[in-house]
Design a protein around this ligand. Structure first.
Ligand code: SF4
Length: 354
């Protein structure tokens, strides 16, 4: 099977929330590609639409939100994994129907930031994992329990034969997140969506969970959509990176390029605002001060004319950026940026590499 086969393709996705106070354009024209067996890091500040994009993918948008435009194509690998795929338009499915329920938690599953919200506090870890297994696989309870213990052992849960009968509140934060990962992976999904899965954990536990996810990805051959605001985690986990701002992907490329040649002023701002043990510091040169991105993300009801980043952009072009919305520009195959600064450099953009 080719490594770069597309697993999920999101095209011009719009997910809006229609509230009494106005319309929140949480996702406002997102294009993304997730390839099989790869990790796509999705980064950006709070409120930029990362989580709503992933919830749209699972058709879990609660009212008054809904997908208003665009499509999400899932290239479902065939049962024999012989390279052929069934193309499923997820946006066309009934959000409560059998087809999406078969995909959700089975072929595409999710790990949330706070494990206590993902697990019921009144049911044991085992009851919840066994239920997930029996929902999607034709096995009896004894077999499901055996598989649940195996999965807990795989996520390196101490004494899995005993922990399976513990309640979530009896476990530490790191163990709870391992239990949630075991539940998410119990049906061997093709895609795992990890939404800030380590934010609530201390750094040592975070490093263990990241290690665990990487080794399980290699073992199970799944793709990961890793949502985070932490560029350090992206550097460690992702092969591809999409940077989001106000409901749009403003830059997407491979992880090395995003750190060495960031093009979008927002990406550059994010990178300047994190401490880096980069070459200049290693060489003992004068330390630089951390830069902040000036201003705040605008309130969610505001729709800015032109580039949504223009009020905060240090490179804003007068009379252009506040008037005309930049289109996606492929500066080279595999590197997309939405910014007027690069419009002249590429008269006719090369095709995306996928
Ligand atoms: Fe800045 Fe203009 Fe580029 Fe937007 S389009 S990021 S305002 S230079």
């Amino acid at each position: 099977m080719p490594e770069n086969q597309v697993l999920v393709e999101i095209k011009d996705l719009h997910t809006y929330f229609f509230l009494a106070e106005g319309v929140v354009r949480a996702v406002d024209g997102v294009d993304l590609v997730i390839k099989r067996r790869q990790t796509l890091g999705v980064v950006g500040e709070s409120g930029c639409g990362k989580s709503i994009t992933s919830l749209s993918l699972l058709r879990l948008i609660p009212p008054p939100g809904r997908i208003t435009q665009g499509e999400i194509l899932y290239y479902k690998p065939s049962a024999g994994d012989n390279g052929s795929v069934d193309v499923i338009n997820i946006t066309a499915l009934n959000p409560n129907g059998r087809e999406i329920r078969d995909i959700r938690g089975n072929q595409i599953s999710m790990v949330f930031q706070e494990p206590m919200t993902a697990m019921s506090p009144v049911r044991t870890v085992g009851q919840q994992i066994i239920e997930a297994i029996m929902l999607h696989q034709k096995v009896n309870k004894a077999e499901a329990r055996k598989r649940a213990i195996e999965m807990l052992a795989r996520v390196k849960m101490p004494k899995p034969e005993r922990t399976i009968d513990d309640y979530p509140f009896q476990l530490s934060g790191g163990m709870r997140q391992r239990a949630v990962i075991a539940m998410a992976l119990s049906c061997h999904p093709h895609l795992l969506i990890a939404d800030e899965p380590t934010t609530a954990l201390d750094v040592t536990t975070e490093a263990q969970i990241l290690d665990l996810m990487r080794s399980l990805q290699n073992e199970l051959g799944m793709a990961i959509m890793y949502i985070t605001h932490n560029l350090g985690v992206v550097a460690e986990m992702a092969e591809e990176v999409a940077v989001m701002y106000l409901g749009k992907v403003v830059e997407q490329t491979d992880v090395k390029t995003i750190f060495l040649e960031p093009l979008h002023p927002y990406t550059q701002g994010l990178l300047s605002s994190i401490p880096r043990l980069d070459e200049s510091i290693m060489r003992g040169e004068k330390r630089r001060r951390l830069q902040m991105i000036k201003g705040m993300v605008p309130d969610p009801y505001t729709r800015l004319k032109g580039c949504p980043f223009h009020p905060r952009c240090p490179k804003v072009i007068g009379d252009v950026c506040d008037q005309v919305e930049p289109a996606s520009i492929w500066v080279r195959p595999g590197h997309m940026v939405r910014c007027h600064l690069y419009a002249e450099a590429v008269k006719s953009g090369p095709a995306p590499s996928h």
